[in-house]
Design a protein around this ligand. Structure first.
Ligand SMILES: *Cc1c(COP(=O)(O)O)cnc(C)c1O
Length: 222
């Protein structure tokens, strides 16, 4: 199966109203072009250097989503290049993104990454930390950052009940924030969950953005 065929299969399966991020990390520009020519415009990358190199040589109407752990010393380079930084995993990182965006005179759109999975290796706010951030209105002092929603990952396990419980947990945190009118948030309406192996469950649990790599581009060579 070609990239194009895989992509079209995936797009056929994804329900209306759910947006696809084609996760192109570790795959070369010509494979991205194949997906681009089949109509895909939104791609996901997990390393700043790789995103910048691809951004330079690929069409300018591509929307790049940053989905990896963002080191603070790489923030400045990424500002203005990513349509959405999905992986804001600490308040310190958020403040830095805001400071650099202010300096650059751009507004950066971000998602807050929440950690519910079993693995300790995954980054993100704990549910309590994230709810606390919003209840003490930590977003109010931001001047050039728009928090658009929440991103999360399920545990890496074959136990589908566990995967579903993780997605349900992430979705419920997202809903608690999105439905709290006293916060006065605007444009907080993105719930990003689901990868190649579990996106159907994520969509059933409310995801409206799915991040799919392997299913479209094949296995990655790290
Ligand atoms: C790599 C990655 C994906 C894509 O994973 P696949 O299993 O290849 O679909 C999705 N989300 C994040 C955060 C990733 O790092």
């Amino acid at each position: 199966m070609s990239v194009k065929e895989n992509l079209l299969e995936v797009l056929k399966e994804i329900p209306q109203g759910v947006e696809l991020v084609a996760v192109s990390k570790f795959h070369p520009a010509d494979m991205i072009m194949e997906a681009y020519e089949a109509g895909q415009r939104c791609f996901g990358e997990s390393r700043v250097q790789e995103l910048l190199e691809k951004e330079k040589c690929l069409p300018s109407d591509i929307k790049w989503h940053f989905i990896g752990h963002l080191q603070t010393n790489k923030v400045r380079q990424l500002i203005g290049k990513a349509a959405l930084i999905e992986s804001v995993d600490s308040e310190r990182l958020l403040r830095l993104i805001d400071a650099e965006s202010t300096k650059a005179g751009v507004v950066t759109r971000v998602l807050m990454q929440v950690h519910v999975a079993q693995e300790e290796t995954k980054f993100g706010f704990s549910p309590d930390e994230l709810l606390d951030f919003f209840s003490r209105r930590g977003f109010e002092s931001l001047t050039a950052t728009h928090i658009c929603g929440v991103m999360g990952m399920a545990s890496n396990t074959d136990d589908l009940d566990r995967v579903r419980a993780d997605f349900r947990n992430i979705a419920s945190i997202y809903r608690k924030i999105a439905d709290d009118e006293s916060l006065g948030l605007r444009g907080f309406d993105v719930l990003s969950m689901g990868m190649s192996g579990d996106w159907q469950i994520a969509v059933e649990e409310g995801a409206d953005l799915v991040r799919i790599g392997t299913r479209i581009f094949g296995a990655r060579q790290y």
